[in-house]
Design a protein around this ligand. Structure first.
Ligand code: B1M
Length: 212
């Protein structure tokens, strides 16, 4: 599909404006939004590999990340984050990327999946301290607290947040979800999280377990 190739090329170059030009017509011409998202995720994987192998550098990665997030804003309503989903909230989640960590693409995908399955999301953004998570749990009284961490150095913030929740007497009422590339099932168990998922789709399935 030519449209997908153009979208891939624009994302690889981090061309946000070009992507905005391409996405609408591509969808109108019948390209399925989930197929576009899959193509965009393939690009992220490729960029991640290039970054690891020192072929792609931070400024480029930043531009691609920004272009990805802007495209996700456009695609989200088409992928289920619509008024129908919003009008029948089955559960509430507080979501964020932990302190010291500004990676938000995976978190935004989790938000998309949650919202699409009827979970209202309070998105705290990135670099969220344990205290800010605790305060949000106190204020919003969510069913789910979901934390993303992409760095081995920021993973311990998930543990710190769980301890802070316990200290505040708020741990019992909330299901804690953890995820992010370096996070594992074993780590999740070790720090006392309730649910671990390796990708956003799995996180949505876990959310369904909580809803049921
Ligand atoms: Co960064 N970065 N980065 N980076 N970056 C990684 C994570 C890294 C693995 C690259 C590498 O070296 N190979 C490496 C971490 C190494 C480590 O700790 N083991 C790394 C590094 C080192 C850094 C900096 C320290 C670089 C520097 O400054 N020297 C710096 C740190 C900044 C900070 O946070 N304080 C940094 C900065 C950046 C950018 C800002 C340039 C940019 C982020 C842009 C943005 O997010 N808006 C960036 C990016 C884009 C990446 C890579 C290339 C791609 C991450 C991504 O978005 N992937 C990444 C390499 C890689 O992952 N291969 C890398 C696509 C996304 C869909 O996947 O986020 O893993 P991911 O989400 C997945 C799952 O993990 C899961 O679902 C998603 C799939 O459906 N998931 C959850 C995520 N959260 C979840 C929560 C859940 C459940 C599932 O429940 C709550």
């Amino acid at each position: 599909m030519e449209a997908l190739q153009e979208i891939r090329a624009a994302l690889e170059k981090g061309q946000s404006a070009r992507l905005r030009e391409l996405l609408g017509p591509a969808v109108e011409a019948g390209t399925p939004p989930d197929r576009i998202l899959r193509t965009m995720l393939e690009v992220m994987e490729q960029v991640g590999k290039g970054f690891k192998e020192d072929r792609v550098f931070i400024p480029e990665v930043l531009m691609v990340g920004r272009a990805f997030n802007l495209s996700l804003d456009f695609l989200a309503p088409l992928l289920g984050e619509g008024e129908a989903a919003k009008s029948c909230h089955l559960a509430k989640a507080v979501l964020g990327t932990v302190k010291g960590d500004i990676h938000d693409i995976g978190k935004n995908l989790v938000k998309l999946m949650f919202t699409g399955s009827g979970v209202e999301v309070v998105d705290l953004g990135v670099d969220v301290s344990p205290e800010a998570f605790v305060e949000a749990v106190r204020v919003h009284k969510p069913d789910i607290l979901a934390m993303s961490a992409l760095l081995t150095t920021t993973m311990p913030q998930q543990r710190k947040t769980i301890r802070a929740l316990e200290k505040a007497g708020l741990r019992q009422g909330v299901a804690v979800f953890v995820g992010g590339a370096p996070v594992t099932e074993a780590y999740a168990r070790e720090i006392g999280a309730d649910y671990y998922s390796s990708d956003a789709g799995e996180a949505m399935e876990m959310a369904r377990v909580v809803i049921d």
